[in-house]
Design a protein around this ligand. Sequence first.
Ligand code: ASP
Length: 497
Amino acid sequence: MNDVTNKKFALHWQILIGMLAGGLIGVLLNLNGREYSVILEKDQAGSFDKVEMQDVNSMVLISSFGETEKKNSFVIGSSPAYSLITHKTLSDFRADEPELYSLFQEHGRSWARWISDWTKRLGDLFLRMLKMVAIPLIVCSLTSGVLGLGKAERIGKMFGRTMTYYLCTSFLAIVTGLVLVNLIQPGERSEMAMTVATDSVVKSAEPISVMLFSQLEKMVPTNPFQALADGDYLSIISFTLMFALCALLVGGKTLETVRDGAEAGFQVMMKLTLAVIALAPLGVFFLMLNATALNGMEVFQPLAWYMLTVLLALLFHACVTLPLIVKVIAKRNPLEFARAMSPALLTAFSSASSNGTLPLTMASVEKRAGVKNQTSSFVLPLGATINMDGTALYEAVAVLFIAQHTMDEPLSLSLQITVALTALLVSIGAAGIPHAGLVMMVIVLQAVGLPLEMQGLILAVDRVLDMFRTSVNVWSDSCGCAIIDRFADPVADSTAS
Ligand code: ASP
């Protein structure tokens, strides 16, 4: 317990300051500038066939492409920030549509694009560093953690408890979301004046059984080295577990060698992780700046009730349900635990990626919250992949919101139960990356027969909500660690540092 513990007070304040400063500058950038509204229309093949651009002086510029009949369209927004957004969209077809590109270039603000580009690059650099340490850290930590547990039955017990915790909290999160969305009825209150329709995320989904089976398939990687290279968490976790279990069965000198190797690798990777974490305040600054500069405030207004419902439900789950579980079951002070976890929670918020945050979550849980390595090495990587309370809650609220907005009748109880169950399964299948929940939502929409393109209604605010739900995902994983750790059998060999 070292550098991080000594600087622990400083670190979460540093990250908070980085986050607030980035957010503030982003908002200021967003407020400052000319106002444009842009309508891009896409044909079925996904290429742009019409662009309309209007500035505050009502000068309308129209440029049309292709002869295809209009099938899809979406409004990017009426925001001074939209030149940042369009620039992002533009990079996709810069080469194919030079005429369109120059149209935007002429009217976009070059300094804003410059800031957008560079904050994105620098923020992504920080995320790359976290991703760089994640896989070797998981492999070494999980191996040394399982070998530290010493017996296969202890692993079985821990697995059972972990899965029970994941399912119970995700279920509680969904119930919270459903209660609030039924009480507040955001879909009835929202005036959606803007034209919204589909985006590339809207595709028809695989049946839920296929999605779940593909998760199972991932647990049997045909090539574990390929899984390492692809960063496929479920494959890596399951192979590492099998490897460590077999090392336990072989025992003797082989077991000692594997244990020493894993332990040495873990110590080195933790050192590297802590070095990366020292850069978190800067990384978070750039991530926040980019996120806030890209999101124009005016898109929030028609969706205010919807956002309020999601945020209230997330707040309740994060500040009431989970702390109660920590207090009553883990017998820990939830406030102190949250403070110890704050570097991970703030980074999750800024990056909207629980996979990306994983090294920080592992380091915070072990070095700041004092959870044993045997517990965290098992609970956290699994949690980052399959335990997503925030995402499950969000799926339920968003789909009910869409149903309220689209249908005359409220969704029946049995269909709401279908939403709850599919939201739970979808949260297990969703990857811990930005917007994964939005992409997976088509499965829930399909399950209750809602039109997939209605997802376009909520696209504009997904990034903001993603930041909140990712923090809740990481917070739930961390609380799970505290609980499982309390009931973990004492082990003779402590590999935790
Ligand atoms: N971004 C979330 C996560 O990484 C997943 C989601 O989109 O809900 O945990």
